[in-house]
Write a new protein. Structure first.
Length: 292
């Protein structure tokens, strides 16, 4: 399979490497001349055999919207665009309609795996028509984790990004629960070693998870998390999850509270938010603010 990949930042670059290692021919384009394979989008498209598949992996919002529109002027009937970024699902219907006017397929792909995806594979939640997804399936198979799991055709266009949005909302709540537990353990003089307690939970308990592993490792490296400020950004998907819950009259108190806790982190120092920042750095390579 040949694939065009737009956006070769940290995650896109790792995806290109994994795809190539698994036999997919990738032609990448990025504005950064140090990492790009092509001088322009047009050149990249010209290097792909028809029917073309172009995967967009750039920041959500205006950059993705302008990239999709530019590609629609370069691609032809039968080609497929995949939006693999963290776009809001409401953008997908608009892009799919514009693509359909030119008989170009459109697939939205929620991608999870962060900086560990290169080694472990990426969990993929995709939306779109089955025929369009079939054209991209070799790339999905190369990117997903080994084994039977890690990939789902979630539904029609928009379902992939909507599923990833809810996934991230759940992630917010899980991180917040670990973080609050960490702060409570730190506040008592009953526990001699909080890092050892967290490490003990990694086997045999119902709360074990990859997030717990990441926090445990962070605490081993920096037991008091003194090197990280208790400040955590939100990517937008937590907000969208709460908004969707409101639109559908679904109570999501844990997810909502975890989102609001991130807002609190920007107002004052918080041990719990230091823990959230440490986990975000661990699983996604997100930047953290150094403590003074």
């Amino acid at each position: 399979m040949h694939l065009g990949l737009v956006g070769l930042g940290k995650m896109g670059g790792n995806m290109r490497t994994r795809l190539r290692e698994r036999g997919v021919t990738v032609v990448g384009y990025d504005r950064n001349p140090d990492v790009t394979d092509s001088a322009s989008l047009a050149e990249m498209v010209g290097q792909l055999p028809a029917p073309r598949v172009v995967w967009v992996m750039v920041p959500a919002g205006d950059i993705t919207r302008s990239t999709v529109r530019e590609l629609l002027g370069l691609l032809a009937a039968g080609d497929v665009i995949v939006d693999g970024g963290n776009s809001r699902w409401t953008d997908d219907a608009i892009h799919a309609e514009l693509a359909a006017e030119k008989s170009i397929g459109y697939v939205d792909a929620g991608v999870s795996g962060g900086v560990w995806g290169l080694e472990n594979g990426y969990a993929l939640m995709v939306g779109g028509d089955a025929a369009d997804i079939a054209k991209v399936q070799p790339a999905f198979d190369a990117l997903k984790p080994d084994g039977d799991g890690g990939f789902v055709h979630a539904g029609r266009v928009g379902a992939g990004h909507f599923s990833k949005m809810v996934h991230n909302g759940i992630e917010y709540a899980m991180m917040q629960a670990y973080a609050e537990g960490y702060e409570l353990l730190e506040k008592t003089d009953l526990v001699d070693s909080v890092p050892e307690v967290f490490d003990s939970w990694r086997q045999g308990t119902v709360v074990r998870s990859w997030l717990l592993d990441l926090l445990s490792e962070a605490l081993k490296d920096d037991p008091g998390l003194t090197q990280i400020r208790g400040y955590a950004e939100d990517s937008g998907e937590g907000r969208w999850t709460v908004e969707a819950a409101i639109d559908n009259a679904v109570p999501v108190p844990a997810i909502a509270a975890s989102l609001f806790a991130r807002f609190v982190s920007r107002q004052e120092e918080s041990p719990a938010m230091q823990a959230v920042a440490a986990m975000r750095k661990g699983f996604g390579g997100h930047a953290v603010q150094k403590a003074d």
